[in-house]
Design a protein around this ligand. Structure first.
Ligand code: SF4
Length: 148
């Protein structure tokens, strides 16, 4: 699917989620982020869980963990669409804030329907799938939307 279509579908989804006005407790919100937000030079293997992160502050992983701690959220690092969808479908998850590229976000939105998912797109200053970035203020604003 062309990138412009992915982008339009993600924007449309975000609009429809805002219209649905889903509200939930912090522990029912899942923040799901793409594995490429981990610094590529970091030697910490996080496939076994985010507790392996040393929280050195050199990449976004520690910022996601801080955000989750601050609000009491669920947080998950996704290595691909399949495990992201499986985690999103967990019955203990009512709303999702997903942080990834448009292609993964579009797939995630459909995989997790009918759950509400606000999507935030990553930037790719080093090319695809490497040392990606995101505006954490926007991620936090999306979380707060579900907690109003
Ligand atoms: S915060 Fe530090 S230890 Fe954790 S994943 Fe990022 S670079 Fe590695």
């Amino acid at each position: 699917m062309p990138a412009v279509v992915d982008k339009a579908l993600v924007a449309l989804n975000n609009l429809s989620v805002r219209l649905r006005r889903t509200r939930c407790r912090p522990d029912q919100v899942l923040v799901l982020f793409a594995a490429c937000l981990q610094r590529s030079e970091c030697d910490r293997r996080l496939d076994g869980g985010l507790s392996n992160c040393a929280r050195c502050g050199k990449c976004f992983v520690s910022q996601f963990l801080d955000l989750a701690d601050r609000y009491g959220l669920q947080v998950f690092r996704a290595t691909g669409g399949r495990d992201a969808a499986a985690r999103g479908r967990d019955p203990n998850v009512k709303a999702i804030v997903a942080v990834a590229c448009e292609k993964e976000l579009r797939a995630g939105v459909f995989a997790c329907l009918p759950k509400a998912m606000l999507a935030r797109t990553i930037a790719r200053p080093c090319g695809p799938c490497k040392d990606t970035t995101v505006e954490m203020d926007e991620v936090e604003a999306a979380v707060r939307w579900f907690l109003r």
